[in-house]
Design a protein around this ligand. Structure first.
Ligand code: C2E
Ligand code: CA
Ligand code: CA
Ligand code: CA
Length: 277
C-alpha cells in the first residue's frame, strides 16, 4: 500500500512537472511569437439587418504558430493575460486591424472594425493614448473603430474601467458590452456605463427561433437596448430562422456562422465580392 501511495504521489508530481514545463515552453513561445509578429486576425462580418448590408467586421486574433499551425485565442489569451503580455498583444491586434481597415477604405470599402479588449487593458490608463496614436498613424477615423468589452470584465474594477472607457468614447470610438447576459451587471449599472451597443451572448441567440425563453430574452433585450439609446447586436446567429426572428424583433446587427465564419482578410473580401458584386 505504501508503494502504491508513493507511486501515485510520484506520478502526480511528475504530471504537474510536465504541465509546468509545457506552460513555460508555451509562454516562451508566445513571447517569441509576439516578437516575430506571428499573430494574425480573422474577420467575421456584421450585417445591418434593416438594410441587409455588411457594415463591419469583428477582428478575432489567431496565432500562426510555426509548428502547431493556427492556434485559437482560448489557448493563448489566458496565458498572455496571466503573464502580463496582454497590453502588447492588444496593441499588435489594433495595429493589424487598423492597417486592414485603412486598406479596405482605400479600396472603397468603408467597414467598421470591432476589436476585443481584455481585463488588463481596461485597467491600463495609457490605452486611450495608444488607441489615438494608432488611429492617426493609419488615418482611420475613430468612428470606424469599435471596441468590445465583456460584461464580466466591466464589473471587475468598475471605477477605473469606466474612466478608460469614457476617454475612449470621448475620442469618438464606439463601445459594446460583449457577451451581454452572462455577467451580473445590474440595470442601474448598465444605465451608468459609457457604452453604445449591447452584444447579446450567443447562448440566448442561437436557438431564439425555437426556444421560447431565449425568444423572450432576445425581445426584451432589443427593447432595453433601444430604450437606453443603444443598438442591439446578436452574435451566434446560426440559422435563417433565427435571422428572421431577429429582424422581426428589431435587432440592429447580426453576426454568426449563418452569415460567415471568421476568415482571413483575403477570404473575407472574396466572400464579400461574391455576395455583393
Ligand atoms: P467573442 O468576442 O465572444 O467572439 C465570438 C466567438 O464566437 C469567436 O470565437 C467566433 O469565432 C465564435 N463565433 C462566431 N459566430 C459563431 C456562431 O454562429 N456560433 C458559434 N458557436 N460561435 C461563433 P474565437 O474567435 O475562438 O474567439 C473566442 C474569444 O476569444 C472571443 O469571444 C474573445 O473573447 C476572445 N478574443 C478573440 N480575439 C481577441 C482579441 O484580439 N483580443 C482579446 N482580448 N480577446 C479576443
Ligand atoms: Ca467579441
Ligand atoms: Ca461575444
Ligand atoms: Ca464569448
Amino acid at each position: 500500500a505504501k508503494n502504491d501511495h508513493r507511486g501515485v504521489a510520484l506520478a502526480t508530481g511528475e504530471a504537474d512537472d510536465v504541465a509546468g514545463r509545457q506552460r513555460l515552453t508555451t509562454l516562451e513561445e508566445l513571447r517569441v511569437g509576439l516578437d516575430r509578429g506571428e499573430l494574425t486576425l480573422h474577420y467575421q462580418p456584421q450585417m445591418h439587418l434593416a438594410s441587409g448590408t455588411v457594415t463591419g467586421v469583428e477582428a478575432l486574433v489567431r496565432w500562426e504558430h510555426p509548428r502547431r499551425g493556427l492556434v485559437f485565442p482560448d489557448v493563448f489569451l489566458p496565458l498572455a493575460e496571466h503573464a502580463g503580455l496582454m497590453g502588447r498583444l492588444t496593441l499588435q491586434v489594433l495595429d493589424i486591424a487598423l492597417a486592414q481597415c485603412r486598406d479596405w477604405r482605400a479600396a472603397g470599402l468603408h467597414l467598421v472594425v470591432a476589436v476585443n479588449l481584455s481585463a488588463s487593458n481596461l485597467q491600463d490608463t495609457t490605452l486611450p493614448g495608444h488607441v489615438a496614436d494608432a488611429l492617426s498613424r493609419y488615418d482611420v477615423p475613430p468612428a470606424a473603430l469599435h471596441l468590445e468589452v465583456t460584461e464580466e470584465i466591466l464589473m471587475r474594477d468598475a471605477a477605473r474601467a469606466t474612466a478608460v472607457l469614457a476617454e475612449l468614447r470621448a475620442m469618438g470610438v464606439r463601445l459594446a458590452v460583449d457577451d451581454y447576459g452572462t455577467g451580473y451587471s445590474s440595470l442601474a449599472y448598465l444605465h451608468a456605463l459609457p457604452v453604445d451597443d449591447l452584444k447579446l451572448d450567443r447562448a440566448f441567440v442561437t436557438h431564439c427561433d425555437s426556444d421560447p425563453r431565449s425568444a423572450a430574452i432576445v425581445k426584451s433585450t432589443v427593447e432595453l437596448a433601444h430604450n437606453l439609446g443603444m443598438r442591439m447586436i446578436a452574435e451566434g446567429v446560426e440559422s435563417e430562422a433565427a435571422l428572421d426572428r431577429l429582424r422581426e424583433w428589431g435587432c440592429d446587427l447580426v453576426q454568426g456562422y449563418h452569415l460567415s465564419r471568421p476568415q482571413s482578410a483575403d477570404r473575407f473580401t472574396a466572400w464579400l465580392d461574391e455576395r455583393y458584386p
